[in-house]
Structures are given as structure tokens and as C-alpha cells.
Design a protein around this ligand. Structure first.
Ligand SMILES: NC(=O)c1ccc[n+]([C@@H]2O[C@H](COP(=O)([O-])OP(=O)(O)OC[C@H]3O[C@@H](n4cnc5c(N)ncnc54)[C@H](O)[C@@H]3O)[C@@H](O)[C@H]2O)c1
Length: 283
């Protein structure tokens, strides 16, 4: 029996990439949807297609890093549908591209604000509603960078390692407390989305000049690492949710990296640095 059909599912960051495809996949499987994003144009396009797929859709502009807004949003979604079953805390940014030495303080605040606090906000705000539903599910999107460190991604890795820790604690608490809420942490590998290009667009919007090396790095990322279609990634995530998996790795790269890090926990940064140099050249 489907754990999605007829359920109310919340998806953050639904205006693009994995979040958009999660909305479509959930719509196809019969969910009712609460979709949000800071990008209202992208969100509108997702909502139109999800409705065309037959879903009932509620949309709202929501910045997941704005705690008060997320709390008010959770109450608004619960009031709209009368119940909330699933929340996909998906919205995220890369915050990457520079070494720890060169990353400014603001990038750490913004990246942790969206990727970590956004997930904490969405989880805590919706948790009472999920428990009240009697059949809840929290799905938090981490990354393969939730178990593997990679040069120039310190803010991103810090946020995604923390999402994993936060989500696994939540799972222990739901089990210990006997609450009717399943918990899944998702570790995607490279998925073809706007995430890397959005970093460049945001830097330009802030009037920042990116060096040719940074632009080249971004291009290689898009061409060589972000390869799985987002549609396929979303299918793997929702299959994992329907199967009640506590942990979903998306893609062979995520599975391989997971094994490598567990095999060589102290040595893998040497390999990670070597691979980075091979792929992107010397910094
Ligand atoms: N693409 C990959 O290879 C990959 C790999 C691992 C993990 N992920 C994770 O998957 C999730 C989705 O990313 P994606 O690849 O689809 O990227 P994307 O850039 O295509 O989509 C991210 C969406 O989040 C929205 N967003 C950004 N900041 C927001 C905020 N403060 N509040 C609300 N919405 C906000 C954006 O507007 C965008 O629509 C992220 O958490 C990302 O870290 C992606």
C-alpha cells in the first residue's frame, strides 16, 4: 500500500531541481501538496505542472531560514489541509567555491542558515502536526557531502554533516518515544540541477567578481559531477520513503563515497584532495 497516496506532503525549495521533481513524483503518486520556495516564478511553474498531474496544491513564498515565517507557515498548511503527513526539507544552496581561508563569514551564516537551520525550522515547526497525523514522515535532504569532506565546500559540508546528525537524533527520539513518525535522511550524489549555477548567479547579483578559476571549477562541476537527472533522483527518494528507509543514498557516487569513507575514515581526505586536483587542477 502506498504511504503517499492521499497524504499531505510539504516540499521546500520546490521551485527547481530535486524539489520540483519531488513535487511531480508525489503528485503522480496521489499526494496533496504544500509547495514553497523563495523563487516565486519557479514555484508557480512547479505548481502548474503538479496541478496538471492531478494534485491539489497549496503554494507559498517561504524563506526556510526565517524561523518565524516557517512556524507561521506550518500552522497555515495544517489549517489549509486539516492535517500534515510528510515534510521534505529540501531547500538548499551550495555556498561553495572557496577555501576556508577565502570564504567570508557571511557565506557561513547564509549557508548554515538555509541548509541547517532551514531543516531544523521545517522539522520542529511541522513535527507536532506530523505526530498528530498518526502517520508522519520527516525527510531531510543532506548530501554525499553529509559524510565526505571536499575542498572548497566547508560551509556546505558543515551544514550537510549537521543535517545528518540532527536527523539521526530525531529518528532515535521518534523510536524511543513511540511516536508515529518515520524519519529519513537523504544523501544525493551529483544531480543535474541549478545548484552550482545558482551560486554564480547569486555572487553576480551581489556584485561579486568570480575569478576565471572559480568559473572554470563551476563549469567542471556542472559537466562532470552533477549528472543524474533530477527526475530519477526524486523517484529514488520517494521509493525510499514508501519503503520506510531511514537512509537513502541517491546514485552510485553516493554509495561509493559512503563505503570509501567508512573504509578509510582517517585517510580519505588525502584521496579527496588528490581527486579534486585531478578534476579541477591545482588551486
Ligand atoms: N544537485 C545535487 O547534486 C545535490 C547533491 C546533494 C544534495 N543536494 C541537495 O538537494 C537539495 C535541492 O537542491 P537542488 O540540487 O535541487 O538545487 P536547485 O538550486 O536546483 O534547487 C534548490 C531550490 O531551493 C530554493 N531555495 C534556496 N534558498 C532557499 C531558501 N532560503 N528558502 C527556500 N527556498 C530556497 C531555490 O530557490 C531553488 O528553487 C539541496 O538541499 C541540496 O543541497 C543536491
Amino acid at each position: 500500500m502506498s504511504s503517499v497516496r492521499g497524504k499531505v506532503a510539504v516540499v521546500t525549495g520546490a521551485g527547481s531541481g530535486i524539489g520540483r521533481q519531488l513535487a511531480f513524483e508525489l503528485a503522480k503518486r496521489g499526494a496533496r501538496l504544500a509547495l514553497s520556495d523563495v523563487d516565486e516564478l519557479g514555484l508557480g511553474q512547479t505548481a502548474d505542472r503538479a496541478k496538471a498531474l492531478g494534485a491539489e496544491v497549496h503554494t507559498a513564498r517561504l524563506d526556510v531560514s526565517d524561523r518565524a515565517a516557517v512556524v507561521a507557515y506550518a500552522d497555515a498548511v495544517a489549517a489549509h489541509f486539516g492535517v500534515v503527513h510528510q515534510v521534505y526539507n529540501n531547500a538548499g544552496i551550495s555556498g561553495g567555491g572557496r577555501s576556508v581561508l577565502d570564504t567570508d563569514w557571511e557565506t557561513y551564516d547564509r549557508t548554515l542558515g538555509v541548509n541547517l537551520h532551514g531543516v531544523i525550522n521545517g522539522t520542529k515547526a511541522f513535527l507536532p502536526h506530523l505526530i498528530a497525523s498518526g502517520d508522519g514522515h520527516v525527510v531531510n535532504v543532506s548530501s554525499l557531502n553529509g559524510f565526505m569532506a571536499q575542498p572548497t565546500l566547508s560551509a556546505y559540508c558543515a551544514s550537510k554533516f549537521a543535517v545528518r546528525g540532527f536527523t539521526e537524533v530525531l529518528r532515535t527520539e521518534m523510536i524511543a518515544g513511540g511516536h508515529p513518525v518515520r524519519v529519513t535522511v537523504v544523501h544525493p550524489g551529483g544531480v543535474r540541477t541549478n545548484i552550482a549555477s545558482a551560486t554564480v548567479a547569486e555572487a553576480r547579483a551581489q556584485g561579486l567578481e568570480l575569478s576565471p578559476a572559480e568559473l572554470a571549477r563551476n563549469r567542471v562541476y556542472n559537466e562532470k559531477l552533477l549528472t543524474m537527472p533530477a527526475e530519477q533522483a526524486a523517484r529514488i527518494v520517494v521509493d525510499g520513503v514508501e519503503a520506510g528507509k531511514p537512509r537513502v543514498r541517491v546514485g552510485k557516487d553516493a554509495v561509493l563515497v559512503d563505503r570509501l569513507v567508512r573504509l578509510l575514515p582517517a585517510r580519505y581526505p588525502v584521496l579527496s584532495a588528490w581527486y579534486d586536483r585531478k578534476l579541477f587542477g591545482r588551486a
